[in-house]
Design a protein around this ligand. Structure first.
Ligand code: CP
Length: 306
C-alpha cells in the first residue's frame, strides 16, 4: 500500500484523486471486516485516538469512536461540557495538553472554520477534521461518495443535486469538492439567499427550483436547515421554506419520478425533508450512517501508518 500523500485530513480540497481512491478502496476492506461476527482487527492497537469535540455531534463522534475501537486503538473523548474551556483555556492549549498525554490521532470538530488546519500546523499528531465551521466535513463527503458508489456502481457522470442551505453547509462544500474530483455532476438548489455568489466557479450548476432539481438529478442530497438562519433573515419561516424548498411527495410527483434521498443528519422532519420520504425505501440515510464507520476506519488506518 502506497499510503496517503497527506499527513492530516483537513479537507477534501487538499486531497488528490489517488488519495480519495485509496480511502475508498481501503473502506471496501473495512466494510468487509464489519460483516464478520468479530468486527475488530488489531491494526491500530499501538495508537491512541483523541476525539476533540467542541460542537455537538451524534453520528460523527460515535462513528469515529467505534471506528477507532474496531481498529483496536485506545480512544479518549473530550467534550467542552465539564472541561477547563469554562475556565478560559484556549483550543491550542487544550489540544497541546491532551497531546502531551501521547495522542497519535486527533479528530477535531469546532465551530471555527480553519480550526483543523490550525491544529494541523501546531500538533505532531495527525489531525482529522470532523467538521469546522462552514468550511469542510471531509469524512461526511467520503462516506457520501462511498454510499453513492455502492448505490450507482460509479460516480462518473452521476447527477447529484444538493438541496438546501448551501451557503452555511460544510457538508455541501466537501461534497462539491469530492463529487467533482470523482467525476459526478453536481447541481445546487435553495433559496437565493442561501446560495453563495459565484458558486459556479466550483464547477456546479445552480438550479433555482426544487422540482427542476429533482427532475434533473439521479440522487437528491437534502441538507439540514439550521433554524437560527430564519432568525437571521435568510428565509421568512420554516413553513415557507418547507413549502418552496422542502423535498416532499408533491415535489416528487411534480418532477414525475422517485429519486434516492440522502441527508447528512440530523433531519428536521417535515421541514427540509418529508418524514415519509426519510423513512421510505428510497432513503439512503441509514446506509450513509452505516458506511461512516468503515470510511472512518479507513481514514484512521491510513493516517495511522506514518
Ligand atoms: N452528519 C453529522 O455530522 O452529524 P452529527 O452532527 O450528528 O455528527
Amino acid at each position: 500500500m502506497a499510503g496517503l500523500q497527506v499527513t492530516h485530513l483537513t479537507g477534501i480540497r487538499e486531497l488528490s484523486l489517488s488519495d480519495l481512491q485509496q480511502i475508498l478502496s481501503t473502506t471496501d476492506q473495512f466494510a468487509e471486516v464489519l460483516q464478520r461476527s468479530v468486527k475488530q482487527v488489531p491494526s491500530l492497537r499501538h495508537l491512541t485516538v483523541l476525539n476533540l469535540f467542541y460542537e455537538s455531534s451524534t453520528r460523527t463522534r460515535i462513528s469515529f469512536e467505534l471506528a477507532a475501537r474496531r481498529l483496536s486503538a485506545q480512544v479518549v473523548n473530550f467534550s467542552v461540557a465539564g472541561s477547563s474551556v469554562s475556565k478560559g483555556e484556549t483550543l491550542l492549549d487544550t489540544a497541546r495538553n491532551l497531546e502531551a498525554m501521547q495522542m497519535d490521532l486527533v479528530v477535531v470538530r469546532h465551530q471555527a472554520s480553519g480550526a483543523a488546519h490550525f491544529l494541523a500546523q501546531q500538533l505532531r499528531a495527525s489531525v482529522i477534521n470532523a467538521g469546522d465551521g462552514i468550511n469542510e466535513h471531509p469524512t461526511q463527503a467520503l462516506l457520501d461518495a462511498y454510499t453513492l458508489r455502492q448505490f450507482a456502481g460509479s460516480l462518473t457522470g452521476l447527477k447529484v443535486a444538493l438541496i438546501g442551505d448551501i451557503r452555511h453547509s460544510r457538508v455541501a462544500r466537501s461534497n462539491i469538492f469530492c463529487l467533482g474530483k470523482l467525476g459526478a455532476q453536481v447541481a445546487v438548489c435553495g433559496p437565493p439567499s442561501l446560495i453563495p455568489q459565484a458558486i459556479e466557479t466550483l464547477g456546479v450548476t445552480v438550479l433555482p427550483d426544487v422540482v427542476e432539481a429533482l427532475r434533473w438529478c439521479d440522487v437528491a442530497y437534502v441538507l439540514r436547515i439550521q433554524r437560527e438562519r430564519q432568525q437571521a433573515g435568510y428565509f421568512p419561516s420554516l413553513q415557507e421554506y418547507a413549502a418552496w424548498f422542502g423535498v416532499h411527495e408533491r415535489a416528487l410527483q411534480q418532477a414525475g419520478k422517485k429519486v434516492p434521498i440522502m441527508h447528512p443528519g440530523p433531519v428536521n422532519r417535515d421541514v427540509e425533508l418529508a418524514a415519509v420520504l426519510a423513512d421510505s425505501g428510497h432513503s439512503l440515510i441509514l446506509q450513509q450512517v452505516k458506511n461512516g464507520v468503515a470510511v472512518r476506519m479507513a481514514v484512521l488506518f491510513l493516517l495511522g501508518q506514518r
